[in-house]
Design a protein around this ligand. Structure first.
Ligand SMILES: Nc1nc2c(c(=O)[nH]1)N[C@H]1C(S)=C(S)[C@@H](COP(=O)(O)O)O[C@H]1N2
Ligand SMILES: [Mo]
Length: 318
């Protein structure tokens, strides 16, 4: 990762001129963005502090959203590679090595390859995206992510005309992800997917930060997907592979429980989960007496995304 102190950089990396050059380019890119300030150091720009809080704003909703408290978002997570509960990934995920990190881009694409995270970040414009986030378990929050549109990455690698879907895969680190030994709920690695037009939609982002900081490990560092109009399980964490494919990928949750979780997983108050209603949601951080929020079609992003599904029966393609 780009975010490190001098102490954590192995000597082998410091002496590698290619890595040196990459990091220098990244710092230059960040300087150009005006990202300077507290917290983030690179060994090659020790005088340069990076402040994620200066990241420009991306998509703006019609009505401003106020973010859920960062404490809640960082300590109430779903990360099944570590644990089935919502609290322990905060500590368990800290052992995950995320530096260096690269992403393999492969399949129906003009420019396949293994891309360094530094390059992915430096070649795209980081912006802040304040999005509603709605889990299929009927809780919700509002998160100020920092990232860039997936479309801007895909345009650079040039999907072939045969590419119809995008498949994403999470890191499968048996040593550092303790729950990978449990295969009762999900098969590993965690796999997700989008139709190509969904992947190219400007609301779909790859996130590298949140709340003006680098992304915490428990929230999917160093790189995760965020698709705000779909249930949270589509927003796959710790991505190591992006594959352009011809057919709809068999995604982890659909595979494990096809009647409960569809491929599309668009937020829809009128299509209940077989065991619970999706018509309302518990807003994390709201007071005990605050009523549940009415869930909106496409999580409130219908104006932006409904046209993607105009010819589809949303009960059939749930
Ligand atoms: N690799 C991976 N990605 C994942 C998950 C997971 O367990 N593993 N959980 C999903 C679910 S169910 C949700 S609701 C969101 C939760 O994101 P958060 O923990 O940052 O709130 O991540 C999604 N992405
Ligand atoms: Mo979820």
């Amino acid at each position: 990762m780009i975010i490190k102190t001098c102490k954590t950089i192995p000597g082998s990396e410091i002496t590698d001129p290619a890595v040196f050059k990459q990091r220098r380019q990244l710092i230059k890119a960040m300087l150009a963005l005006g990202i300077t300030g507290s917290g983030i150091y690179s060994s090659f720009a020790d005088a340069t502090e990076v402040n994620w809080q200066n990241v420009p704003k991306g998509y703006q909703p019609k009505e401003p959203l106020s973010a859920t408290s960062a404490d809640i978002v960082k300590n109430h997570t779903n990360y099944y590679e570590f644990t089935y509960n919502k609290t322990d990934a905060t500590s368990l995920a800290q052992a995950l090595p995320i530096d260096p990190w690269s992403v393999e881009i492969t399949g129906e694409v003009e420019k396949p390859g293994v891309y360094h995270l530094e390059d992915l970040i430096s070649q795209n414009t980081l912006q802040e995206y304040i999005y509603r986030f709605r889990c299929v378990e009927a809780w919700s929050m509002v998160v100020p992510w920092i990232g860039f549109p997936l479309a801007s990455l895909l345009k650079k690698v040039q999907p072939l005309s045969t590419a119809q879907f995008v498949q994403f895969t999470t890191l499968n680190d048996v040593k550092n992800m303790p729950n990978l030994s449990d295969k009762h709920v999900l098969e590993w690695p965690y796999v997700e997917g989008l139709r190509l037009d969904e992947a190219m939609h400007p609301l779909t982002i790859l996130a590298t930060g949140m709340y003006g900081e680098v992304l915490p490990k428990q929230n999917g560092a160093p790189l995760r997907l965020v698709v705000p109009w779909k249930y949270g399980f589509k927003s796959i964490k710790a991505i190591v592979k992006i594959e352009l494919v011809k057919k709809a990928p068999l995604t982890s949750w659909s595979k494990s429980a096809p009647h409960d979780y569809g491929f599309y997983a668009n937020v829809n108050p009128d299509v209940p989960h077989p065991r619970w209603s999706q018509s309302t949601e518990r807003v994390l951080g709201a007071g005990f007496f605050t009523p549940r929020r009415k869930t909106e079609l496409f999580n409130g992003y219908a104006d932006e995304v409904a046209s993607l599904y105009s010819n589809m029966n949303l009960r059939e393609y749930f």
